[in-house]
Design a protein around this ligand. Structure first.
Ligand code: HQG
Length: 180
């Protein structure tokens, strides 16, 4: 399988399964699932040629396991990262004592004032280690890694969720729980 093709399919799937299914007139259900046959047909119609073999390859080999099939592979969804409102029904999970967030310098003043906010997504995304957070921050420039006292937040009643692909999610992180 051509890696370049797989990456471009992954990017397109992120667009339609997380942000704007209407780009290809695709409907997601309330839990974010798309019908696989419909997805293949509508992607192909819109110039992103796709078949079941390629879709299975992308789901299995995606570097972050961004997409999941249901049991019989008739449906597919993004595991996290949505900007559109979907109910992923993730189980509340007790977090590790510390989690990490990768960002860049220009956001720090605002984060110090307002804490971490979800911005355009459905959750604040946190990573289990500094290395992953460094990769996240590097998407925008020189990474700045913030340490979140998630254990303390949990004791104080904040909820945490772990996505199917092991990204930690929460609604917000007040600045007092962040080590800059
Ligand atoms: C920042 C990728 C100012 C925040 C990654 C971030 C992740 C604030 C940006 C996933 C702020 C939002 C998500 C505040 C937060 N003031 N800036 N109060 N609070 N920010 O992309 O965490 O490859 O929505 O630091 O790996 O960067 O797409 O979130 O820089 O897992 O699968 O606002 O996306 O995964 O940016 O990344 P994003 P993120 P995928």
């Amino acid at each position: 399988m051509n890696e370049k093709t797989a990456k471009s399919v992954s990017k397109f799937l992120s667009l339609v399964l997380r942000h704007s299914p209407e780009t290809i007139s695709l409907k997601l259900d309330e839990n974010g699932w798309a019908d696989v046959e419909e997805l293949i047909e509508k992607c192909s119609k819109n110039g992103n040629s796709l078949d079941m073999e390629l879709l299975e390859y992308v789901v299995e080999n995606n570097d972050k396991k961004r997409f999941t099939f249901n049991e019989d592979k008739t449906k597919i969804r993004a595991s996290q990262g949505h900007s559109i409102s979907v109910e992923l029904n993730l189980a509340e999970t007790e977090p590790l004592e510390y989690l990490y967030h990768g960002t860049v310098g220009k956001f720090l003043d605002s984060i110090k004032r307002e804490g971490l906010q979800k911005m355009s997504r459905q959750h604040v995304h946190l990573s289990k280690d500094r290395e992953t957070a460094t990769n996240v921050g590097s998407r925008r420039g020189i990474p700045q890694i913030l340490t979140v006292r998630s254990g303390e937040m949990f004791k104080d009643g904040f909820k945490f969720y772990l996505s199917e692909n092991n990204v930690w999610l929460t609604d917000q992180v007040p600045a007092k729980y962040i080590e800059f």
